[in-house]
Design a protein around this ligand. Structure first.
Ligand code: EPZ
Length: 421
């Protein structure tokens, strides 16, 4: 199994090209099932997760073809069988999002329940309730969701989400675009990935209004057509490298292609911590020369501080002066990086959903183990700031969501290599 070795202490300087957003790309790929035409996605991140979903789409009958220039063409001219087996869904939760498109197009679908994952139970009740509000009949049988649309197809409906959910908002959109009549979704998630999905669906002929706001209105259409769409830049990759740039004094990195407006909460936190954040011609420049100061953060749905950057920010706070309180409000078990950061010398105490990080700690390299995607990259950031060698094991987690991580970091002066055992 591969691992990553980092020799810490060197500031990052240079330019990093930001890839397309994993969490957008996955939903856009699911949207390809809504049409007989080809959906061609540009700025596609090449990741284990997008490959897994490509395999599922191929299993469902789609032609999936990687093209030059980070393009992916998906052509679901016909669905062979609207059945997503456990083995293909369990690898990656976002595969569950094929349920809505299959149901909308074929009138029936059988999709494995995704199960829990390391960061929390992550139920899908809100996804299913939204589909029911569009007329779907849903049964759960032996770990599968068996969904049927009424004989005339799904019908528009009103869904008021009891809590904000990115996946459920997207899932409802993916089904409602082909439902008869109007659907109104209330208390929607407002993440940039949702506006990206709406933009792509509209390019395919859908009528979605209000994505990015709490209320989304969708007028169903009879059919969608193929389209070309460019995936929005990955705000979590952007934020991760921005935090990495601030982790060692002297860091100065331009995040090329980043969308500055998608990371407001992080920029505010980084500036309070002592970093400088400027919009550069084609992205964002983050640098740090003075001392790092402790800052408190609470994770929250967009536009709040993203849970997907909490672990990385905690690694930064480990080397900042003072005590920082980090509150995780989205997932119940998203502090698994704490024991591993502690192995590197970080001083962190966890009380329920709150972590108190007391800095500055002098981090010292050690072998550590990745537990999930964002936790893994927080260990990479800590390794960049530590003295000596840090070895991050189980990096298949990193490969799920960070494209060419070692290459991008070493181009900015980091000493980081991938080793095979
Ligand atoms: C998306 O997950 C992202 N994944 C996550 O990124 C991200 O952390 C999360 O949104 C929050 O921003 C993808 O887009 C593929 P939610 P999602 O539904 O949609 C509860 C990463 O590292 N909930 O907004 O699954 C849920 O348990 C990943 O890239 C229900 O109770 O998140 C959580 O507490 C990790 N019932 C909260 O809502 C439901 O039916 C928010 O989850 C659905 C969710």
């Amino acid at each position: 199994m591969d691992r990553i070795r980092i020799r810490g202490g060197r500031p990052l300087t240079g330019r990093i090209e930001i890839s397309g957003a994993k969490n957008s790309a996955l939903k856009l790929m699911a949207a390809s099932l809504l049409t007989e035409g080809a959906l061609v996605l540009s700025r596609m991140p090449r990741l284990a997760d997008t490959r897994f979903l490509g395999q599922l789409l191929a299993h469902l009958g789609a032609g999936v073809e990687e093209q030059d220039g980070a393009k992916l063409s998906i052509h679901a001219a016909a669905i062979t069988d609207p059945f997503a087996p456990y083995d293909l869904v369990r690898k990656m939760r976002a595969s569950f999002n094929v349920l809505g498109p299959l149901l909308a197009r074929e009138g029936r679908a059988k999709v494995s329940l995704p199960g829990g994952c390391a960061i929390g139970a992550r139920p899908v009740n809100l996804h299913l309730e939204a589909l029911e509000a569009l007329g779907a009949q849903i049964e759960l049988e032996e770990g599968y969701v068996i969904a049927k649309a009424p004989s005339g197809g799904l019908t528009g409906g009103r869904v008021t989400f009891p809590m904000v959910s990115v996946g459920a908002t997207e899932h409802a959109m993916l089904a409602a675009v082909l439902a008869k009549g109007e659907t109104v979704l209330e208390n929607c998630a407002r993440e940039p990935e949702i506006a990206d999905l709406a933009g792509c669906l509209n390019a395919m002929g859908a009528q979605v209004e209000g994505a990015g706001d709490a209320v989304i209105r969708i007028q169903g259409v009879d059919r969608l057509h193929g389209a070309d769409w460019t995936v929005t830049p990955d705000r979590i990759e952007t934020g991760t490298y921005a935090i990495a740039a601030a982790a060692v004094a002297g860091g100065d990195v331009t995040l090329a292609g980043a969308e500055a407006g998608h990371n407001g909460a992080l920029w505010r936190a980084l500036e309070k911590a002592g970093a400088k954040v400027e919009t550069a011609g084609d992205g964002v420049r983050v640098s740090r020369s003075g001392a790092l100061k402790a800052v408190d953060i609470d994770t929250a749905p967009y536009p709040g501080f993203p849970t997907d950057l909490q672990a990385q920010f905690m690694a930064l706070m480990a080397v900042a002066e003072g005590a920082s309180i980090i509150r995780e409000t989205i997932f119940e078990n998203r502090f698994m990086h704490v024991p591993e950061l502690s192995r590197l010398g970080a001083k962190i105490q966890v009380h329920g959903n709150e972590a108190v990080v007391r800095g500055p700690a002098t981090l010292k390299g050690a072998p550590v183990m990745a537990t999930d995607l964002r936790a893994s990259v927080s260990l990479v950031i800590a390794g960049l700031a530590a003295e000596g060698d840090t070895i991050v094991n189980r990096i298949y987690h990193l490969d799920r969501g960070f494209e060419r991580l070692e290459e991008k970091l070493s181009a900015c002066g980091a000493e980081i290599i991938r080793e095979s055992e």
